[in-house]
Ligand binder design. Structure first.
Ligand code: SF4
Length: 382
């Protein structure tokens, strides 16, 4: 039975408390469930966390601004109620590249979650490839202190920076000596089409940096937005677009896990069933079907690439970030965080008045309709 067929046949009841299969996270010695749970959606709280745990997920991703800045507190409340601290991996993050502010954020997160140690603490949304290189040794020194004090066990970063900065962040992480793990925005389509990204992923994996994929299924939209050819290919694969993206990441042994936003029981069930049903990487024939299906995907948000949209538009507009913040509003319901992040963009990055939007859409690998999407972004974020 294929992965998709097995997933469909799986019970709709969570397998009570039995973890999904785990994989090693780089050189950390941690083992993480191949499916990790994101925490940035308004329904976040005890009910969905409990269902996710009972469905077998043991890796929980968090951040200070998630769920209207309440996620870490809600998560800590649930951990204590369930008494599961010993059998879960906790990640949370700091939106700063200032080591002193990062350290203050660690204390803040420990207080909000009311735990003694955080397993992985990430710089959130790293854009600057110089940070992993740590020219003056500040990050290494701070990490050593935080580990010695048992406040954190491992450190790293998350990134959705535009290429080639994302690639540089990864390459430098492999040389850093202090980055234990990182989470990157990517999906199998992007990985299969970008040789530079592939080399950087290889470099990290060889250096023992633990790798997690995020935003794998962001903006894939509903079945109605798929071309007939894609519908047929997904049907032959026996998967939905979302579970096919997850299976594509699980087929790549350089990754420990795919982190997915799962705001409903239905999504948790579907993803957990796919994770349990996954037995072996895609065969060449399955990859052919996947590639065929991917050609007919019409995304509604940016999976991030080299910013050819911006160059084609002839402006400095940060389409990639604006599309991500629009998804935070429309897909995650995280309006406060989206507005805060949008306000942090430089004025020229928020300005598309003189942009050639038709040229930007033409150049976009995801064929995003900027005219329509930016009108929505202006309503939510402006
Ligand atoms: S070209 Fe499209 S996919 Fe690439 S960064 Fe721009 S919006 Fe994103």
């Amino acid at each position: 039975m294929g992965v998709g067929a097995a997933a469909r046949a799986a019970t709709t009841q969570p397998v009570a408390n039995e973890p999904i299969e785990v994989r090693p996270l780089g050189r950390t010695g941690l083992k993480v469930t191949r499916l990790a749970a994101g925490g940035s959606f308004p329904e976040y709280g005890r009910r969905i966390l409990e269902f996710t745990y009972r469905s077998g997920v043991r890796y929980f991703d968090n951040g200070d601004l998630y769920c209207g800045f309440k996620a870490e507190t809600l998560f800590g409340d649930w951990i204590r109620q369930r008494g599961c601290r010993a059998d879960i991996i906790i990640t949370t993050k700091a939106r700063t590249t200032d080591p002193a502010a990062f350290e203050a954020r660690v204390d803040d997160a420990l207080k909000k979650m009311r735990v003694d140690t955080i397993d992985l603490f990430f710089l959130h949304g790293l854009e600057d490839p110089a940070v992993p290189l740590d020219a003056d040794g500040q990050w290494r020194t701070m990490k050593d202190r935080l580990v010695r004090e048992k406040k954190v066990r491992f450190m790293g970063f998350s990134t959705h920076a535009e290429m080639p900065r994302r690639i540089a962040c990864l390459t430098n992480a492999a040389r850093s000596g202090w980055v234990d793990a990182l989470m990157m925005a990517c999906d199998p389509v992007l990985i299969r089409s970008d040789a530079g990204l592939n080399r950087a992923i290889d470099t990290c994996a060889k250096a023992g940096v633990g790798l997690l994929a995020m935003k794998t299924g962001r903006g894939l939209g509903a079945a109605g937005t798929l071309s007939p050819r894609a519908i047929e290919a997904f049907r032959a694969l026996g998967m939905s677009p979302h579970t096919a993206m997850l299976a594509g990441i699980w087929s790549d042994e350089r990754f420990a896990a795919a982190c997915s936003e799962m705001p409903s029981f239905k999504i948790v069930e579907e993803n957990a069933a796919a994770a349990r049903a996954f037995r072996k990487p895609f065969t060449p024939d399955e990859w052919k079907l996947f590639d065929e299906a991917a050609k007919g995907l019409a995304r509604t948000t940016c999976p991030g690439c080299d910013g050819s949209c911006r160059r084609a538009a002839g402006t400095q507009t940060d389409f990639c970030s604006i599309m991500r913040y629009l998804a935070y509003c429309e897909e995650s319901g995280n309006l406060a965080a989206a507005r805060e992040l949008y306000a942090e963009l430089a004025p020229e990055q928020r300005d598309w008045r003189d942009a050639d939007l038709a040229a930007a859409s033409q150049a976009c690998r995801s064929r995003l309709d900027f005219e329509r999407l930016l009108a929505r972004a202006a309503r939510w974020l402006g």
